[in-house]
Design a protein around this ligand. Structure first.
Ligand SMILES: Cc1ncc(COP(=O)(O)O)c(C=O)c1O
Length: 382
């Protein structure tokens, strides 16, 4: 059970606002603010703090490894999800018969654009599409994954409608057919429990500005240990070398661990904030967070049904995570109208997005639903 009063006491903003926007950017926790300040204090006191660059990025690496239940050596600390995707793309060969990449129509743009950008290197991208129920089931991949497939690069949870894919079934199918699987967990990590090894994925990317309670400008990449030696990224740099201090300009000597997928100076100040956010998530516990959010999103769906405003997020517990997407004929104006009432949401396409975290409770849902009930005539579904 999560002590919501304790949880809320970390976030001054929650005294003012009903915050349902962690799927875009989390509110700032006091301890994350203190972590930013610790960086500034150190700079004031010592100037050059090179040792901390290494220590803080290694701390983030270890915390992400604990979170995903993998080894530190399987984690690269990156500047963004996009940077991790590009590092992997650069290490894959698309010149032969296995040149296909399967993505879905649920991807955040970057996890499709990076793969389409590999076309000059021989890659061909195909898209798994939603069925009549709007969901992309594992069956949708049946005819797309075959012996031409190099990689299946898929989102864990869709940023537009909150649908959560059936990752174990898709991974099993991909592996049976000799394809690798990359999971974009940005809309999931921190809001649900993720065991990367149990899921069986080969790569996973995510970042720290949403449910991980950190900041923008930092991400991670998980690479399954057995794959690391065979993958040599051509997107690289001095922080990816076996020995950073060697300063050897005569050759590329990639690090034996997932550090080979890093590039230049780590996002130092962001590492401070990310570490504080990750510690908080681990302290609360991803099992407890997932259970709390499942109950809240269920309550939100039930209350939406009460006011006759359906959601496009799957009702099945195993097919959603923290976001409830609510169709509206004017989703942007609906978001602004709610903001004027101190209810913070976001919108994409024709959906209002309400995303929940461990510091939300039923009273937040009640406030949202009361406002929507009043606004339904002007902003209901098209
Ligand atoms: C699912 C998903 N993937 C990737 C990104 C973008 O990540 P980055 O800007 O760190 O590359 C986002 C950002 O909102 C996202 O929601």
């Amino acid at each position: 059970m999560i002590d919501v009063a304790w949880a809320r006491s970390e976030y001054p903003l929650l005294a003012e606002k009903t915050y349902l926007n962690s799927g875009s950017y989390c509110p700032l926790a006091k301890r994350v603010k203190l972590a930013f300040e610790a960086y500034m204090d150190e700079r004031l006191a010592v100037g050059a703090n090179w040792d901390q660059w290494v220590l803080k990025s290694d701390e983030v690496r270890s915390l992400v490894a604990r979170l995903l239940r993998v080894e530190d050596d399987e984690i690269a600390v990156t500047a963004s999800v996009t940077a991790g995707l590009n590092a992997i793309a650069s290490a894959l060969d698309f010149s032969g018969d296995r040149n296909r990449i399967v993505v879905t129509d649920f991807e955040f743009p970057t996890n499709a654009q990076v793969w389409h950008a590999q076309a000059p290197r021989g890659a061909e991208v195909v898209h798994a599409k939603p069925g009549p129920d709007g969901y992309i089931s594992a069956e949708a991949f049946e005819n797309l994954i075959d012996d031409r497939t190099r990689l299946v690069a898929i989102t864990h949870v869709c940023f537009r409608n909150g649908a959560r894919l059936d990752i174990p079934s898709i991974v099993a199918m991909a592996h049976r057919r000799g394809a690798l699987v990359l999971l974009d967990s940005y809309q999931a990590v921190g809001s649900i429990d993720i065991d990367a090894r149990a899921l069986g994925v080969d790569f996973a990317v995510g970042g720290m500005l949403k449910y991980l309670l950190g900041t923008a400008g930092i991400g991670y990449l998980y690479v399954r240990k057995a794959l690391i030696p065979s993958l040599v990224p051509t997107v690289s740099g001095w922080w990816a070398q076996a020995d950073i201090q060697a300063m050897d300009i005569t050759r590329n000597n990639p690090h034996p661990t997932a550090r080979r997928f890093e590039a230049g100076t780590p996002p130092v100040v962001n590492c401070y904030a990310a570490a504080a956010g990750l510690q908080l998530i681990l302290e609360v516990g991803t099992d407890a967070i997932e259970a709390h959010i499942r109950a809240l999103t269920r309550y939100c769906l039930d209350r939406l049904a009460d006011i006759g405003w359906p959601s496009v997020t799957p009702a099945r517990d195993d097919r959603r995570a923290a976001m409830i997407a609510i169709p509206s004929r004017a989703s942007g104006r609906l978001m602004e109208t709610l903001l004027a009432r101190d209810i913070v949401t976001s919108h994409r396409d024709m959906n209002l997005r309400a995303s929940f975290h461990y510091f939300n409770d039923d009273s937040d849902v009640d406030r949202l639903i009361a406002a929507l009930a009043e606004l339904k005539l002007d902003f209901g579904p098209a």
